[in-house]
Design a protein around this ligand. Structure first.
Ligand code: RIB
Ligand code: CA
Length: 313
């Protein structure tokens, strides 16, 4: 039976692949998609989510916009990485579908309440919406199977030396989620940096011979140009679809239970995820932390999902 999931995202090139993976694998039932400000402003991440779902043929999946800023402080978008649209590279159609007429938190609450099974929340952007859901509707928590988020790192960060973008954008939200008591899986940079969209990956997208394949190739080509310029990477890491893969096939991602503490005050380290792998802090474990990835199996999973979407009527 398909696993019911809700994806909260900030598309974003890698968020786009996460949505395609979820839409293209029938082992997941994508109940809804909610958007958050992060890679770009909320209006742009929302428009991008609609565009990607339309490309995937998933126009029946409700989309609702959420928070347009972090809980504390101001939003700083990642225009240097994702471009002014948030999905620079390909020419994408103007979205046809409309957003649901409710806030992301209300849509999520309704979908969880209406699901016949507990729901897995997959977050691939700042955790602002998830934190606000847990704070404003704690009654949903018994029906949340797990929160799987792409964010943080057991090592160094990206947006600051020790802050990964999703967590560093809204550290307070990450702290709320990690202290919630819910089962949480953290997919950090230490793992996602292994999933690189190489020239062979781009060639495989192009070899599909479909518009979706070309668009994926163009997304990754743009993403490669910005990752090369900003971080000196030869190829861009696709962070977000690994959070979806971890739900689809948990065996692909090796995890260890550990305390994860979010630095809220550090003058230079605010937003760092302090992962106590050797239990030195005395804190109790609060997350399953990804420490390994079957990279080849991940790419097979993603390519098969996109391939199925190519063939969808
Ligand atoms: O640090 C990488 C994460 O930040 C990814 O989710 C990317 O899409 C951005 O949101
Ligand atoms: Ca993202």
């Amino acid at each position: 039976m398909a696993e019911p999931v809700i994806i909260d995202c900030d598309p974003g090139h890698d968020d786009a692949l996460a949505l395609l993976l979820a839409a293209g694998d029938s082992r997941l039932r994508l109940l809804g998609v909610t958007t958050v400000a992060g890679n770009q402003t909320l209006d742009k991440t929302t428009r991008n989510a609609l565009r990607i779902l339309a490309l995937a043929g998933a126009v029946d999946v409700p989309v609702a916009a959420g928070s347009d800023r972090p809980l504390v402080g101001e939003l700083t978008v990642a225009e240097d990485i994702h471009g002014s649209s948030g999905l620079d590279g390909p020419e994408l159609d103007v979205p046809v579908a409309e957003v649901a007429g409710v806030h992301a938190i209300e849509l999520t609450r309704r979908l969880i309440a209406g699901s016949d099974r507990s729901v897995t929340l997959i977050a691939t952007g700042p955790l602002t919406n998830v934190a606000l859901l847990l704070r404003s509707h704690p009654e949903v928590m018994p029906r949340v199977r797990r929160v799987v988020f792409m964010g943080g790192s057991t090592e160094r960060g990206n947006t600051t030396p020790y802050g990964e973008f999703n967590i560093a954008t809204d550290p307070e939200a990450a702290d709320i989620v990690l202290r919630s008591g819910l089962p949480v899986t953290m997919i950090g940079l230490n793992v996602t940096h292994q999933a690189l969209a190489t020239d062979e990956v781009i060639a495989e997208f192009l070899a599909m011979g479909t518009r979706l394949g070309v668009i994926c190739a163009e997304l990754m080509t743009f993403f490669a140009s910005t990752y090369r310029r900003v971080f000196g990477f030869a190829h861009p890491p696709v962070h977000d679809p690994i959070a979806v893969a971890a739900v689809l096939e948990p065996s692909l991602v090796r995890t260890v239970e550990a305390p994860v503490l979010v630095e809220l005050g550090g003058a230079y380290t605010r937003g760092a995820t302090v992962v106590d792998l050797h239990r030195r802090t005395g804190h109790s474990p609060n997350a399953d932390v990804a420490v390994g990835l079957d990279v080849q199996a991940f790419w097979r999973l993603l390519m098969d999902a996109v391939g199925r979407l190519n063939r969808a009527p």
